[in-house]
Design a protein around this ligand. Structure first.
Ligand SMILES: Nc1ncnc2c1ncn2[C@@H]1O[C@H](COP(=O)(O)OP(=O)(O)OP(=O)(O)O)[C@@H](O)[C@H]1O
Ligand SMILES: [Mg+2]
Length: 424
């Protein structure tokens, strides 16, 4: 990797080649989830500074974002961030991931200087857990990539702190937190996401990935999953966590070879098997998240019966079967979608999950398909006209049956779904 990249506070940020220096065969697990990192031979690709370009993509897609020449980040001292969070007060804890804890903090809206708790603008401050294995590399990648990327569907990095062992990152605060919380946590205070909201979030996240992929030197995100998508007040998706982001292959190459890192259940099979990372490996991860949207089930869940624990393995053969698909769709969206839209979503998922990366659609194609699906509206049936004529009665029964069928409320379907809820 060997990035030497100017950042205001220090002469440079050193990147030892962590991807190649790790000893062969090691496998690192992050604290609270299924994040993995195993070694494979080969060298990761290089400098973001060389690759980033604000020029429009060759395919002319409206990226609606830009890549800055230099990162425009505020440099904080550790004591700045201590005061912005009231000494990392536990009341201000927003969550915790593999990198460390995330706290709510306050800064001045204009200068971004730390301000008193409760005044100015709210920010999210991520503090490295000293025991985190990948800490420095992830922190550096975040600064190098996210510090220069600007797009409505990417979270904004505002600044950082690097003081001896203290590594912190300061982000814009994204009000509704992670998609994972909204999709899977059974918190009665959080209403289930509707079909329309899920599509809106999927389209936003797909636009964010399309922006990365269509920049001149393609950026591979590498860790697409529900917990890395944050939601603002209006349920706009913001992709967070660029700790594993990687520059795409050089011209004429199809992939980069790198140490295998990512999250079980989301990582593409070719990458897990060989360490060959393709731009289309992100499309696979997107397909898994789209499958989670459709089913309301986690990519991996050890509480499900053994043959159902891996959502992709379990559902892939069923997704193309109309009858069985109905039973898979999250019952909390009952009546909110047209079955045609669900069917097309399932077909898109299957394409994203193709084993061969080059058969998967590009993220630009995914965005277009999702936008078409979004335009399919639920058919609201007119209340039937009551009549004594047998022809009309037949029509009425037919209508009701069709409506029931469409909404998936046939007796046996309802029983199956109930069973599925109990399983979760
Ligand atoms: N910018 C932000 N605004 C609001 N909340 C945030 C922000 N960044 C992170 N959080 C909260 O902190 C939690 C932890 O985030 P973090 O990215 O550290 O871990 P994670 O995504 O759950 O796990 P992983 O280490 O695998 O990425 C998130 O789930 C979210 O609730
Ligand atoms: Mg995260």
């Amino acid at each position: 990797m060997g990035i030497c990249w100017g950042v205001p506070s220090k002469e440079y940020i050193y990147s030892g080649n962590a991807e190649t220096s790790a000893s062969e065969g090691t496998s690192n697990y992050h604290s609270n989830d299924k994040r993995f990192s195993a070694t494979s031979s080969g060298v990761g690709s290089g400098k973001f500074s060389e690759a980033a370009s604000a020029s429009p993509s060759p395919d002319g897609a409206d990226l609606n974002g830009e890549i800055l020449e230099t990162p425009n980040l505020k440099v904080y001292s550790f004591s700045d961030l201590k005061s912005a969070t009231k000494n990392f007060k536990s009341d201000n804890l927003l969550g915790e991931g593999g990198f460390g804890k995330v706290f709510k903090g306050w800064v001045d809206e204009k200068t971004l200087a730390p301000s008193k708790m409760g005044s100015g603008m709210v920010v999210a401050i991520k503090k490295l857990n000293p025991e985190s294995v990948q800490g420095f590399d992830e922190w550096q990648s975040e600064v190098n990539f996210l510090g220069r990327l600007s797009h409505p569907n990417l979270v904004k990095l505002l600044g950082y702190c690097w003081e001896e062992k203290e590594l912190l990152l300061v982000y814009e605060f994204i009000q509704k937190g992670s998609l994972e919380n909204h999709l899977f946590r059974r918190n009665p205070a959080i209403e289930p996401l509707s079909w329309d909201r899920r599509l809106k979030i999927a389209i936003g996240a797909a636009r964010g990935l399309a922006f990365l992929h269509t920049s001149e030197k393609k950026i591979i995100y590498r860790d697409f999953k529900a917990s890395n998508i944050l939601l603002d007040w209006h349920y706009n998706a913001k992709i967070a966590d660029f700790g594993l982001a990687k520059l795409g292959p050089s011209a004429g190459e199809s992939h980069v070879t790198t140490r295998i890192m990512g999250t079980y259940g989301y990582a593409a099979p070719e990458y897990v098997a060989t360490g060959h990372l393709y731009v289309k490996s992100d499309v696979y991860g997107f397909g898994v998240v789209l499958l989670e949207f459709l089913t309301g089930m986690r990519a991996l869940d050890m509480k499900r019966p053994s043959e159902q624990q891996n959502l992709v393995d379990w559902t892939k053969p069923i997704l193309s079967q109309r009858g069985k698909l109905k039973n898979l769709i999250d019952p909390r969206m009952e009546g909110q979608y047209s079955f045609k839209a669900a069917l097309q979503t399932a077909q898109l998922i299957l394409k994203c999950l193709f084993t061969e990366p080059r058969h998967r659609p590009s993220m630009t194609e995914v965005v277009e398909t999702l936008e078409r699906i979004e335009s399919i509206k639920v058919k609201r049936k007119q209340p039937p006209i009551c009549s004594h004529s047998s022809a009309n009665r037949h029509l009425f029964i037919h209508d009701v049956m069709e409506l029931y069928h469409e909404l998936g409320t046939c007796h046996n379907v309802a029983i199956t779904k109930q069973w599925m809820i109990q399983q979760r």
